[in-house]
Design a protein around this ligand. Structure first.
Ligand code: HEM
Ligand SMILES: *[C@@H]1O[C@H](CO)[C@@H](O)[C@H](O)[C@H]1NC(C)=O
Length: 325
């Protein structure tokens, strides 16, 4: 009797310990797979040299992974019945090159017998994300690792966890704070839109029939609006995409914030960061000081990488990033 009670108590203690040990560390693989960062960087660089889309695709993939069920590579899981995260409309537009980048980096890591099936897909995605940011001229930073891969991925879980391009500041803040991120983190991470593409459907609301009195969103720069209308006519081919930062589309710099100052933010969510006086000062700071942007971005993406990290009971190290073991 007494014995059973003690046993129950020690299980409780172990559970608490397991939760606490979900702490990430930068040297987690030091003895497990000491060269993991080099393997990932080489594979990512090779892929990046083949196609630029590697960079925005990987960065966006990491964001979507972390916001839905935590940074656990659940976004990579394939479902034969098309019921996984990747099947949700917000994830269907994730570029295939991001998935391919993780698969290639995973294969490179697994080639070392010491590392085979020892590094999680979630960590590989986090490392690859750091590498594409550096490859496009952004800040370098140490990546915290030690995540496990999740076993669950559902289409339904995406709906209320990812921001919509038509969100205003309050909606953005509500969603980001739900994930433990501040307004400053949110503004810094939105700077990810300094690289990559968006399909016309994501901002058509700003170009046509915006309101009863105006076709155009009044916060949109008039010349920029005309250019966008030319690329995205009313019945545009759904595959047409535009560069989100027209100034320096392939460079991870602070041009995104300078664009906002000119009314050249592509989405309602982007432009609202400047239009709303509560976030404008931060936009102005990042627009005028690259170092301040980079520091805030590194802080924010490190916090993003901690969202919903799995403990041993909830996760595993996947052999194939697209399938549970
Ligand atoms: C703040 C709220 C955000 C909203 C509303 C949003 C929305 C979107 C949308 C609608 C697209 C275009 C998808 C398409 O048409 O294919 C996009 C692209 C992209 N987003 Fe975001 N996003 C947000 C935050 C972020 C964050 C935090 C990151 C990463 C730090 C990020 C990185 C990207 C990248 C890199 C692309 C380009 C993808 C590519 O070229 O393949 N976004 N985003
Ligand atoms: C830019 O930001 C950095 C980091 O916050 C700060 O140390 C530096 O003084 C700022 N530079 C200027 C010119 O304000």
């Amino acid at each position: 009797m007494e014995h059973h009670r003690l046993f129950a108590l020690s299980i409780l203690a172990l559970t608490l310990l397991a939760t606490a040990s979900a702490q990430l560390r930068t040297d987690y693989y030091k003895d497990i797979c000491p060269n993991v960062e080099q393997y990932v960087r080489t594979a990512v660089t090779q892929k990046f040299l083949q196609t630029f889309v590697t960079a925005p695709a990987t960065l966006r993939l990491f964001f979507h992974d972390c916001f839905v069920k935590g940074c656990d590579a659940s976004v990579l899981l394939y479902s034969p019945s098309h019921n996984a995260e990747m099947d949700h409309p917000d994830d269907i537009s994730l570029a295939g090159d991001g998935f391919d980048t993780v698969a290639k980096a995973k294969a490179a890591v697994d080639q070392d017998p010491m590392c085979t099936n020892k590094v999680s897909c979630a960590d590989i995605l986090a490392l690859a994300t750091r590498d594409v940011i550096a490859l496009t001229g952004g800040p370098s930073y140490k990546v915290e690792v030690g995540r496990l891969d999740g076993r669950i991925s559902t289409k339904a879980s995406v709906q209320h966890n990812l921001p919509k391009p038509y969100f205003n500041l309050d909606q953005l803040n509500a969603l980001f704070s739900w994930h433990g991120l501040t307004q400053t983190d949110m503004i810094a991470l939105s700077g990810g839109h300094t690289i990559g593409f968006a399909h016309c459907s994501k901002f058509m609301n700003r170009l046509y029939k915006f309101s009863r009195s105006s076709n155009l969103d009044p916060t949109l720069n008039w010349n920029y609006a005309r250019q966008l209308q030319a690329i995205c006519p009313m019945n545009v081919d759904s595959r047409i995409a535009v560069q989100m930062d027209q100034a320096t589309p392939q460079i991870f710099d602070n041009a995104y914030y300078k664009n906002l100052q000119k009314g050249m933010g592509l989405f309602t969510s982007d432009q609202s960061l400047y239009t709303d006086p509560r976030s404008r000062d931060t936009v102005n700071l990042f627009a005028s000081n690259t170092t301040a942007f980079y520091e805030a971005f590194v802080t924010a993406i490190t916090k993003l990488g901690r969202v919903g990290v799995k403990t041993t009971r909830q996760g595993e190290i996947r052999r194939d990033c697209s399938k549970v073991n």
